[in-house]
Design a protein around this ligand. Structure first.
Ligand code: NAD
Ligand code: MG
Length: 396
């Protein structure tokens, strides 16, 4: 029996993970669940999965959850705060940690899981974008296993010469290119001049995937694909000039690897995150995920087109940050988090997101990303400068 900790259990990925787990009660049990403040959802999850521990980042929410659980007669221990998140990620009782918190908040517990040598199912791409070198170093030094849940990276990983031992270096394996597919989000066919009128409701309505708000906006700006280019760089040890993005509106091919002999390997499936979740949970075995079989006749066609940097300036900014190195990608990530939140709160326009990120990348000095302190201070500085830039924009 494998014991699982789910960081971000009340989110889109967390809920899909629990859906896969409940199909295999003989293989997996839940050790811990964690969320920010969704008390009602995590309470229902505790009733169903009876974890030993439940953590809420927010102390007030933890208090409310504790009251509800005691009333229901459940023994689940309730804790709050970042240290508790790190504890459930590194505890001896847990074998698998699903890193599905959104944003920079997921970094410390993911690092804790790496240091404790856990099997990590990584959805929280922001952790790698902020601290790729550091996280990969901890994974390797502590014999942790880092498996990509992000559908593109899961696809690439399945197309890599992995076998049944985990590897992170593919320099001499005859790989010519990694081809990341992108749906292009809800605005792929819009007139570029209309993009400054986009509302949050329009931006979170993704044509192919149902996801949390932040990643949905990231998909609309294509910053999501930019973050994924950076994620691919760290996961597979491939330089940015070998990572390409191509638009593929059906989201059936989840990504591809192009080899020196001309073979291009692709992984396909319905757009449902339960596939990569089940794949990483059971690897190197395969288990049922509940995903419908792919109906190729119904899908009918697979279209591809160029990813346009003029329409999607965030994608260009992500390549720029990756090439600049050091803490640039942490700066990019922090600026993006601040800008996306402001857009969702109707404080800035959709097209301001890229403007703010570009300004912050210009305005904050990148340094070596060799320590957590450097990374966290770059993150803080970028958030501060992003707020300043927003105030300037709002005063105009
Ligand atoms: P979501 O917004 O639906 O859920 C986020 C979860 O994190 C919730 O459980 C929330 O309570 C928790 N959380 C948020 N802030 C927290 C904090 N400060 N401390 C503790 N918990 C906190 O997000 P999602 O769509 O499930 O995405 C989660 C991560 O997975 C993101 O990094 C995203 O980029 C990545 N991802 C998601 C998908 C998808 O299909 N949803 C696909 C690929 C990658
Ligand atoms: Mg993805």
């Amino acid at each position: 029996m494998q014991q699982v900790t789910i960081l971000g259990s009340t989110g889109s990925i967390g809920i899909s993970t629990l859906d896969v787990l409940q199909r295999h009660p003989e293989k997996y049990s839940v050790y811990a669940l964690a969320a920010n403040k969704s008390v009602d959802t995590i309470f229902e999850q505790c009733i169903q999965f009876q974890p030993a521990v439940a953590v809420m980042l927010c102390p007030d929410s933890a208090e409310q959850l504790e009251i509800k659980l005691r009333k229901a007669g459940l023994a689940t221990a309730v804790q709050s705060g970042m240290q508790a998140l790190e504890m459930i990620s590194s505890a001896d009782e847990t074998d698998i940690v699903v890193a599905a918190i959104v944003g920079a908040a997921g970094l410390l517990p993911t690092l804790a899981a790496a240091k404790a040598g856990k099997r990590i199912l990584l959805a929280n791409k922001e952790a790698l974008v902020m601290s790729g070198a550091l996280l990969m170093r901890e994974v390797e030094a502590n014999n942790a296993i880092l498996l990509p849940v992000d559908s593109e990276h899961n696809a690439i990983w399945q197309c890599m010469p992995v076998g049944d031992t985990q590897q992170y270096h593919f320099e001499n394996k005859g790989i010519r290119r990694i081809i990341l597919t992108a749906s292009g989000g809800p605005f792929r066919d819009w007139d570029i001049d209309d993009l400054d009128r986009v509302t949050p409701e329009q931006a979170v309505a993704h044509p192919n995937w149902s996801m949390g708000q932040k990643i949905s906006v990231d998909s609309a700006t294509m910053m999501n694909k930019g973050l994924e280019v950076i994620e691919a760089h760290w996961l597979f040890g491939v330089s940015s000039d070998k990572i390409e993005v191509v638009l593929h509106r059906q989201s059936i091919i989840h990504s591809m690897v192009d080899y020196a002999d001309g073979s291009v390997l692709a992984q396909m499936g319905n757009p449902d995150m339960r596939t990569p979740i089940a794949n990483t949970l059971a690897w190197p075995q395969r288990i049922d995920s509940g995903v419908e079989p792919l109906d190729l006749v119904k899908a009918g066609r697979l279209d591809f087109s160029e990813a346009d940097f003029a329409r999607f300036p965030c994608l260009a900014l992500a390549y720029k940050a990756l090439n600049a190195g050091g803490t640039s990608t942490a700066i990019l990530n922090a600026a993006n988090e601040v800008a996306v939140e402001a857009f969702l709160n109707r404080k800035i326009k959709f097209t301001d997101i890229a403007r703010i990120i570009a300004d912050v990348l210009e305005g904050v000095q990148s340094t070596a990303a060799d320590s957590l302190e450097h990374i966290l201070s770059a993150d803080q500085m970028a958030r501060k400068v992003a707020q300043q830039q927003m105030r300037k924009l709002c005063n105009h």
